[in-house]
Design a protein. Structure first.
Length: 586
């Protein structure tokens, strides 16, 4: 059985078996030429990247060093990084992620003109066993996967090492749902004769060796180790008797053909001369495949999960569309595949048979209609503490089973999102990446076709706020004298802000006849203050979306938007959007 790996921003299909190896340009089957192979990558271009780094429990990792080309950055408290105008190749970009206590992570992709969204999951560098130099030994996992050492080791300078050797060992199975985030680079390979190949995986193995002082070690020159890797039970029937070995070049960002593994019972066994990641894969010629997911109006849909599965294969692998709705990359030629699209709750809403392809192909746009799934554009503005637009920041949205990430453009942000029937709630958190400040997490409820959330302000010292904007005027932010949710007879509530502010300051008073989350009109809610009066006594289309009503000391989250007639000037209609994120007082 084989597995397709479909990466964010591109499709990549390969069969993998891995263990660790250093980065030389030599293959046991011949000499590879990195300069010749690099001619496949195309011209140097500038591309933008945004991404998130997490641990194996999906907890964001802060202060991870990210490198793309010659540009570096650090992840923030959400594990997010932004690198714009990075120098990469038109058909190949390589991103590395390093943090003390974790195995180095990386991602390779075919970059697109939009904001390329990258997700990397780092493995903890946890020793499996400690062995001694100078003595033959084996380190074995519970599955039977193992490595046999002859006892000869050296440090990174090639100096012979004597003493304790800490062995960290991780077997990455093809069935692991996070394989595309855990594996290094992408399953793109350089054959012994310098040809491009995509691989199909039977699993991967990573080995990292450390000395007693924490220094990196490797197998001594002219020595070897034997790797024995358990084959998944559902792959045994189709596993070939011999298969090429590949090691991952951590400097270049792709796999290199480097030996042969032989099937012995339920295992593949091979000999290696160094460690990093190793791969035992079948290879296929490649073609480039691109498609874009859009809504019925042709708007690109970002962060939509797209699956790819060859006919008869047991696993579907998933990628995510980038900021312009595109999934693009390399796939094996001459294979029929099933392409699927999922909503935010992982329900399949679209499926199609594609291929086989013999040349580079751009598929027609995938159009998501209302019959397939409801879509909504979640939009708003992200401000700094001084009420100016965030120019270098992002907004993180969590909904259903998916986290989505979008960069702001001069304060503006939007998600074109597929809403699932079983989940109508989501949260947003805005971040000023430049000043390292956050809006905090705010609860919302979807409305279709547009969910207008108004203003998010990135002041990490601000625990509650009320904001609104009328027409195209300046956003109004109320941060003082906030009194939230005096419960009236146990059913309604009031929220006020700025009422005792100095003359000329903004004030607002919001009254609701119900505290049950839902979508309401001015029949149940009203607004009064320096913005005038908006209630059922004037002509309006204002809707109030109460998404959260917490206990005392917890948050009340409310948004409102629509149009209303001016109470002072006849015939004048205004638009309004607003956000309430306040702590309930009683």
């Amino acid at each position: 059985m084989k597995k397709i790996v479909l990466f964010t921003s591109f499709l990549f299909l390969m069969l993998t078996f891995s263990s660790c190896n250093p980065n030389d340009g030599y293959s046991g089957l011949g000499h590879t030429d990195d300069y010749v192979f690099a001619q496949n990558f195309g011209n140097t271009v500038a591309r933008d990247f945004i991404g998130q780094v997490v641990d194996v429990n999906n907890v964001p990792l802060q202060n991870v060093t990210i490198k793309i080309g010659t540009t570096t950055a650090q992840t923030d408290v959400n594990g997010v990084f932004i690198i714009n105008a990075a120098s990469v190749h038109a058909r190949f970009a390589y991103i590395t992620a390093t943090k003390a206590g974790y195995i180095d992570g990386s991602r390779s992709l075919v970059p697109t003109a939009g904001k390329n969204n990258v997700r990397i999951m780092l493995l903890p560098n946890t020793p499996t066993e400690t062995i001694q130099s100078g003595v033959a030994s084996e380190v074995t996992l519970s599955s039977g996967t193992k490595v046999s050492f002859d006892g000869a080791f050296q440090d990174e300078n090639g100096v012979a090492y004597t003493g304790d050797v800490s062995v960290a060992m991780f077997h990455l199975l093809p069935s692991n749902e996070n394989i595309d985030k855990l594996m290094p680079g992408m399953l793109y390979a350089q054959t012994a004769d310098n040809k491009e190949a995509v691989l199909q995986t039977f699993g991967m193995l990573n080995i990292e060796l450390r000395g007693s002082a924490g220094q990196k070690l490797n197998i001594a020159k002219e020595h070897t180790a034997e790797i024995t890797i358990r084959i998944d039970d559902n792959q045994l029937a189709t596993a070939p008797s011999t298969i090429p070995l590949w090691h991952f070049d951590e400097e270049k960002g792709y796999w290199k053909e480097d030996g042969i593994a032989t099937k012995e019972g339920n295992y593949y066994v091979g000999t290696v001369s160094h460690f990093s990641w190793w791969n035992c894969d079948a290879q296929f010629p490649t073609v480039s495949l691109t498609t874009t997911v859009v809504d019925v109006d042709g708007n690109p849909m970002s962060d939509v999960r797209v699956g790819l599965l060859p006919t008869g294969f047991p696993y579907t692998a998933y990628g995510t569309t980038n900021s312009i709705g595109t999934v693009s990359g390399l796939v094996p030629s001459n294979q029929t595949m099933t392409l699927t699209v999922l909503d935010l709750c992982s329900n399949i809403i679209y499926t199609s048979s594609i291929g086989p392809f013999t040349t580079n192909t751009v598929l027609p746009n995938i159009v998501i209609t209302s019959v397939m799934a409801q879509s909504t554009v979640v939009q708003g503005t992200l401000l700094k503490c001084d009420n100016t637009n965030v120019t270098n920041g992002y907004v993180l949205m969590k909904s259903g089973t998916q986290n989505s990430l979008v960069a702001v453009s001069n304060g503006a942000f939007s998600f074109n999102t597929l809403v699932c029937a079983t989940n109508s709630n989501f949260t947003l958190e805005g971040f000023d990446y430049e000043n390292l400040q956050t809006s905090g997490t705010i609860n919302y409820t979807y409305t279709t076709p547009t969910t207008s959330v108004g203003i998010l302000t990135t002041c990490n010292t601000v625990s509650e706020f009320i904001s609104y904007q009328i027409d195209s005027g300046s956003p109004v932010m109320i941060l003082t004298n906030i009194n939230a949710a005096t419960v009236i007879s146990g059913t309604g509530f009031t929220i006020s802000g700025g009422l005792n502010s100095p003359v000329g300051g903004a004030s607002i008073y919001i009254s609701g006849s119900t505290n049950i989350p839902g979508l309401y009109t001015t029949a149940e809610f009203s607004i009064e203050g320096t913005l005038g009066l908006i209630d059922s006594g004037i002509t309006n289309t204002v809707q109030f979306n109460l998404s959260n009503f917490g206990n005392i000391g917890e948050y009340i989250d409310l948004t409102f938007n629509g149009t209303y007639e001016d109470g002072q000037v006849a015939g004048i209609t205004h638009t309004i959007t607003g956000t309430v994120h306040v702590l309930r007082d009683n």
